[in-house]
Design a protein around this ligand. Sequence first.
Ligand SMILES: [Ca+2]
Ligand SMILES: [Ca+2]
Ligand SMILES: [Ca+2]
Length: 219
Amino acid sequence: MESISKMQRENGYTKEATLQNMAKRELANGLDKDPIYKLRLQCFSRGATGILGLSRAFRVMDDDGSQTLSPEEFKKGISDVGLDVTDSEVAEMFARFDADGSGNINMTEFLDKLRPPMNESRLNIIEKAFDKMDVNEDGQITESDLTNLYSVKDHPKYLSGEMTKSEILREFLKNFEAGAPNPDGVVTKEEFINYYSTISASIDNDAYFDLVMRRAYNL
Ligand SMILES: [Ca+2]
Ligand SMILES: [Ca+2]
Ligand SMILES: [Ca+2]
């Protein structure tokens, strides 16, 4: 069976520099004028790494710590990241982010629009990996799903006695919970997809992305 330290290596696959360079290149060519697309590139080009970086951008914009963005917070945040857009473009972006029309943007809405889009085949392989991890099929991945699925035997911190099996599994799950203000050790499908969306963005080739996922999850 796959070992957890190998899984961590594979999951550490996000080529942060690649993503940053790609974002800078695409910003420079200026072909796509969609403001949300530009906001995503702006975040990546400023060194936001992966989904964690995007969720951090949300927390920075959330001045009053309400875990939602008001129109004012959003507008200020957009100008702080250096995105050059008109007031009407900001209003249009806000409306697109605020999918439920509540008048503010929550983290789920924010990441749903800001995460790099993926095609059907990439989504499918990610969902397959999720389903494999969700051993008890309750729609979320927790420590109990992983306990028989992955071995920690060759994990350096397990070998050194620094961490217990349970601690290693919980730390592993935390990777996927970057968007959650308080990681609870429960990984939803949405968190899992968000996580892989930024890894996906750093890999151009569909077949190669497929291979990376199949290797990581023994699919
Ligand atoms: Ca707020
Ligand atoms: Ca909303
Ligand atoms: Ca489960």
